[in-house]
Design a protein around this ligand. Structure first.
Ligand code: PSU
Ligand code: MN
Length: 303
């Protein structure tokens, strides 16, 4: 199979050490250069400081890559024409060559192939606003329904219909766990107005829950909803107005399909004078702290 492991990841796996998967769409389509590369490198470092080994996942030149070197992160962050790769795109990008940046869904698939059970990102995709007409529902949700990887995120942005996203996850049996919170966070803000449904307060408790779930063959992911740190939270009313405008702008310009999320993210960075980007970076780093702790606890629970 076309799977290539970075040396650091290979060694960690051989030794049964904790490994944390990271996605690459956030680098190629989620943030502008050079902040994207700087963040990716810093997030990897945070994971190492937390006692785990980072494995940024992407497709390069016909292979699934589990772990990238610094120069490769830089190349990916700068490259133009990188394909945003979700489940459906994996075979075509592997056979066609070039760079593919994996979304939450595709990163879960590759992490699962590699046996990595903890994955850190910013936010998951979900049911888009207006999905009752457009049927725009992220493939991330279907992947969470079936693939055994815990996804540490800061909830879902209110560019999405958060209520319907949570209903979908409930229908497909995906545990949504607030980390040190009862609330489901809304990415830029700590409280979406919806309850997460479940809560854990320690990485060890979460690791135990994951182990029980998968020992019971209850296949599928876990959403670990970790709110943005208070000091980096944006004003909920302000951000909701920005989002409202961005969603309308996207509609007017006829943006649809896989273009929607990247379009909205960059429109928000522009409209907020960079504030949404600062918050995005802060929350990913915080997720890395929690994800490393969960991976360490989960590795201990295996031994
Ligand atoms: N949310 C973010 N940043 C991102 C994404 C979501 O804050 O970069 C990316 C993730 O890779 C996620 C994808 O899996 O967007 C969802 O895209 P879509 O809605 O097209 O499935
Ligand atoms: Mn979509």
């Amino acid at each position: 199979m076309n799977i290539v492991y970075a040396q650091e990841v290979k060694e960690a796996m051989e030794q049964g050490k904790a490994v944390v998967a990271l996605e690459s769409t956030i680098i190629s389509h989620g943030m502008p250069y050079p902040q994207n590369v700087k963040t990716a490198v810093e997030v990897e470092e945070i994971i190492r400081e937390g006692g785990a080994v980072p494995a940024t996942i992407a497709i390069m030149d016909g292979a699934v890559r589990i772990g990238l070197e610094k120069e490769e992160l830089e190349a990916l962050g700068k490259a133009e024409g990188t394909v945003k790769v979700s489940r459906r795109d994996i075979p075509s990008v592997l056979s066609g060559g070039g760079y593919g940046a994996t979304t939450v869904a595709a990163t879960m698939i590759c992490a699962d192939l590699a046996g990595i059970r903890v994955f850190v990102t910013g936010g998951i995709g979900g049911v888009h606003r207006g999905a009752e007409k457009t049927m725009d529902i992220s493939a991330d949700l279907q992947e969470l329904a079936k693939t055994n990887v815990a996804v540490v995120c800061a909830g879902a942005k209110s560019i999405l219909d958060i209520g319907r996203t949570l209903e979908y996850l409930e229908t497909y049996g995906v545990p949504v766990v607030g980390f040190e919170t009862d609330k489901f966070p809304a990415f830029y803000t700590r409280d979406s107005g919806y309850d997460a449904g479940l809560r854990v307060d320690t990485a060890a408790d979460l690791a135990e829950m994951m182990k029980i779930k998968w020992d019971l063959k209850l296949n599928g992911g876990v959403v670990v909803a970790n709110p943005v740190p208070e000091e980096s939270e944006l004003d909920p009313e302000w951000v909701s107005e920005l989002i409202e405008n961005a969603v309308q702008q996207a509609e007017k310009e006829g943006i649809s399909g896989k273009e929607t999320t990247p379009y909205l993210l960059s429109a928000l960075v522009e409209a907020s004078g960079g504030k949404t980007l600062d918050t995005n970076i802060a929350l990913v780093k915080h997720n890395a702290v929690v994800g490393a702790a969960v991976a360490v606890s989960y590795a201990e629970a295996q031994n």
